[in-house]
Write a protein that binds this ligand. Structure first.
Ligand SMILES: *Cc1c(COP(=O)(O)O)cnc(C)c1O
Length: 382
């Protein structure tokens, strides 16, 4: 317990919070949030039409370097539409990592497709390019320029790597493999707004990237998401299908395909604009806190997860690797009992009842992390 006490004391000192509960990731509203929200309410345009939605989309496009950005009601909806637009349907497979938040696997299922779980990389916690190549090599054959799974004879239409905790995965190697096997690349960048791989924003390597602005993410709109892409056709389709596929007309209600009511509200976007103004400061503060954690944990000879080489990470959630599952469980119990919020990494997708029969590669790294990783408080300091 002595070591655990040291850790909790360090966290309490970092957050200047000697006694009270310390959350894992609380949002901060230090800017124009109230001003924009009041302006939005006064305008009466609180719903899916209004200047803040397009302004927020433009701010995200400018920041990420995307030519186009389309706001959605949440990150899961953004992923669902991204997958649909690259051709995922009920007769296809989508490759993703088992070590991810449930939204990634759910979005694949919403398209009727069946996920294939491929192991993560030991350095990044994101999809492993080595495992991906090995899996495709051993389990697919190419027909008419498309990769088919040998056992199911269904095409693999998309691959969804995820930038775990904001740390960029080895995305350029993954992109190369997807191109070789003619598989669309959709990046789940829900956790990595503000994270860059070799100076390019995460989510900007594939056909489409998706972001989330849920309450626990780096910036928040309460709930919200975004598709980012350089592909104009995909962006037009995304906007159309997320707004009930209504054909523009002065008054007629004509819808030309099955659409979704997935647009972000103007109210949420007003919050998003104010949050975006603070994003560079938030990233800077998160980097500074991560450095403090890093120095502290290296003094204890403990394993703190650092941003990968050639990357800037937003350090969305700081994470610690404990020695084994028992130590992890003890730490979770001790810290939460002492009002310092910590959480294990997600249960692997392939262990959940809905996904237990899905194909997967060997998952040694994912299983290793699942037993050992704990997230520790990561909010920006108030
Ligand atoms: C947060 C998150 C999402 C999207 O979640 P929403 O709550 O729907 O915005 C998707 N994938 C991952 C990995 C996430 O962490």
């Amino acid at each position: 317990m002595e070591e655990f006490d040291k850790i909790l004391a360090f966290i309490r000192n970092l957050y200047n919070e000697p006694n009270n509960f310390i959350p894992l990731h609380a949002p901060v509203f230090k800017g124009n949030e109230k001003k924009y929200l009041i302006d939005c309410i006064d305008s009466t345009y609180v719903s899916s039409v209004g200047k803040y939605v397009s302004k927020f989309e433009q701010m995200i496009a400018d920041y990420t370097g995307a030519k186009y950005a389309v706001a959605t009601v949440n990150g899961t909806a953004a992923l669902h539409i991204a997958l649909k637009l690259v051709g995922v349907n009920s007769n296809t497979h989508v490759i993703t990592q088992p070590l991810t938040f449930i939204a990634t696997a759910n979005a694949i299922n919403y398209c009727g497709a069946s996920p294939i779980f491929v192991d993560v990389d030991k350095e990044t916690l994101g999809l492993s390019p080595i495992s991906l190549r090995k899996y495709l090599n051993e389990n697919t054959h190419i027909k008419n320029n498309q990769s088919y799974h040998i056992k199911s004879n269904k095409p693999i239409t998309a691959c969804v790597p995820m930038h775990t905790f904001g740390h960029p995965c080895k995305i350029d190697e993954i992109k190369k493999i997807c191109e070789e096997y003619n598989i669309a690349l959709v990046e789940d960048a829900a956790e990595s707004l503000g994270s860059f791989y070799k100076n390019r924003h995460t989510g900007m390597f594939g056909d489409i990237g998706t972001l989330s602005f849920n309450g626990n993410k780096t910036i928040t709109t309460g709930g919200g998401g975004m598709l980012i892409t350089n592909n104009e056709q995909l962006s037009i389709k995304a906007k159309h299908i997320t707004t009930t596929a209504k054909v523009p007309h002065e008054w007629d209600y004509v819808h030309d395909i099955i659409g979704y009511n997935y647009r972000l509200t103007n109210l949420a976007a007003a919050l998003g604009c104010a949050q975006m103004e603070q994003l560079p400061d938030i990233i800077q503060e998160k980097q500074i806190n991560a450095k403090k954690y890093s120095d502290f944990f290296s003094s204890l000879k403990m394993n703190f997860i650092e941003q990968p080489e050639n990357c800037i990470s937003n350090y969305w959630l700081n994470a610690l690797i404990l020695n084994n599952k028992e130590e992890r469980n003890n730490f979770l119990k001790y810290s939460n009992e002492n009002k310092v919020m910590t959480r294990p990494i997600w249960a692997l997708m392939n262990t959940l009842p809905m996904f237990k029969d899905c194909f997967h590669s060997d998952l040694n790294n994912s299983e290793w992390f699942a037993d050992r990783v704990v997230n520790i408080p990561s909010s920006v300091i108030k």
